[in-house]
Design a protein around this ligand. Structure first.
Ligand SMILES: Nc1nc2c(c(=O)[nH]1)N[C@H]1C(S)=C(S)[C@@H](COP(=O)(O)OP(=O)(O)OC[C@H]3O[C@@H](n4cnc5c(N)ncnc54)[C@H](O)[C@@H]3O)O[C@H]1N2
Ligand code: MOO
Length: 345
């Protein structure tokens, strides 16, 4: 009878065995090798049957001893703890990996918008001995990309810690229409009307370098510019084009240029005059601070400042995936972009 059976499986029994005496035993957990600049990963898998030939390799990675492990009723193996926590968090658009070195990864099953409740993540991490690491709320993620990962810190974790995390998730679901906490929301395919302002572009003095950037950003997320118009920096002409693009029934209207402080920067006034409800002119993120976002009878409309043409990551790149996921952008969304929003410029 094993020790564990003798004590009714109440407690976990771990024994350290010198590797030379461990031949014929199975590894109780994954073992990692790190060779800086060359390799980091699992060298031996949990359950591996140790042979005489493994001994030098085990000693090479600093394992002079291995554990034998009999888990008690009140404890969980690191793999099982990570698996249970990940399963509790898993929502739409998320696939779970197998445990690997005690970690389970929640991966995006599609390209979309990651939804992560920061307060819940913090509450779970406050339990201790559990690590839940995630991407930031509202990050654009590609299919297959990790969205979150769970891990128990000790090899054997008190079961009650995972149960405490599961209760937090349960409370979250109760307060949120039974929706699981971590999701990837799909992006809609929008048909977009684009208005390019700037007398220097309209007259042909310079080539339009803005629209290829906007088209590429939209196409990378499955949407497209269906119609493009050009206008000089004349307020009424800009207003007329915006109204006409609206009448053509596009899902979103984008206006480029003329967003700053010069007398020829007519775009914000024209968007307002076209009848849009302005959520915000000005976005506390750099680059992209001069961006305007509003709604024209429910159709999202943005004024895109020159930096969108020039910088790879601006406020446009933050807001676009949210609009494509069907979110209505509020002033509070804009306000919260400032903290952590300094990227350059
Ligand atoms: N004194 C201040 N200067 C600037 C401010 C400010 O608040 N006070 N804001 C800065 C920020 S932030 C940005 S971003 C830029 C650009 O603002 P605009 O959106 O008004 O850009 P424009 O004045 O229309 O053009 C700037 C630049 O880009 C060229 N351009 C514009 N559209 C096109 C196009 N379709 N193809 C090629 N090139 C284009 C334009 O010819 C100008 O050279 O303002 C800062 N300055
Ligand atoms: O709208 Mo501008 O980006 O902050 O350069």
């Amino acid at each position: 009878m094993s020790d564990n059976e003798a004590n009714g499986r109440q407690t976990t029994v771990m024994r350290e065995i010198p590797v030379e005496e461990a031949v014929g035993m199975r590894l109780a957990h994954d073992l990692t090798q790190i060779v800086p600049g060359q390799f980091k990963g699992r060298k031996y898998k949990r359950g591996h049957l140790i042979t005489e030939a493994d001994i030098p390799g085990l000693l090479d990675i600093g394992k002079a001893h291995i554990y034998t492990l009999a888990i008690g009723d009140n404890d969980l193996h690191e793999d099982d703890a990570a698996r249970r926590l990940a399963a509790a968090l898993q929502g739409e658009g998320i696939a779970l990996s197998e445990p690997h070195e005690g970690k389970v990864t929640l991966k995006a099953q599609l390209t979309g918008l990651a939804v992560i409740p920061p307060a819940l993540v913090e509450s779970i991490n406050r339990i201790g001995d559990i690590a839940l690491a995630t991407v930031r709320h509202h990050t654009l993620v590609r299919e297959g990309q990790p969205v979150a990962a769970t891990r128990a810190i000790p090899l054997v974790l008190p079961r009650e810690k995972v149960e405490a995390a599961e209760r937090l998730v349960e409370a979250y679901r109760l307060a949120n229409a039974d929706i699981a906490p971590i999701e990837v929301r799909p992006l809609k395919r929008l048909r977009v009307g684009l208005l390019t302002t700037g007398s220097e572009v309209y007259s042909g003095r310079i080539e339009d370098k803005f629209s290829p950037v906007v088209r590429a950003k939209l196409e990378a997320l499955g949407s497209e510019v269906v119609e493009q118009r050009f206008t000089p920096d004349d307020r009424q002409t800009i207003v007329n084009h915006i109204r006409s693009l609206f009448d053509n029934g596009y899902d979103m209207i984008l206006v480029t240029g003329g967003m700053s402080v010069d007398p020829d920067d007519r775009t914000p006034g024209a968007i307002r005059e076209a009848g849009a409800q302005i959520v915000s002119y000005g976005t506390p993120m750099l680059p992209g601070s001069m961006l305007l976002i509003g709604y024209l009878e429910g159709v999202p409309i943005m004024g895109l400042p020159g930096c969108v043409m020039h910088d790879p990551h601006t406020s446009f790149d933050v807001l676009l995936p949210r609009i494509l996921a069907g979110d209505i952008i509020t002033q509070e969304d804009i306000v919260t972009m400032g903290y952590g929003g300094l990227h350059g410029c």
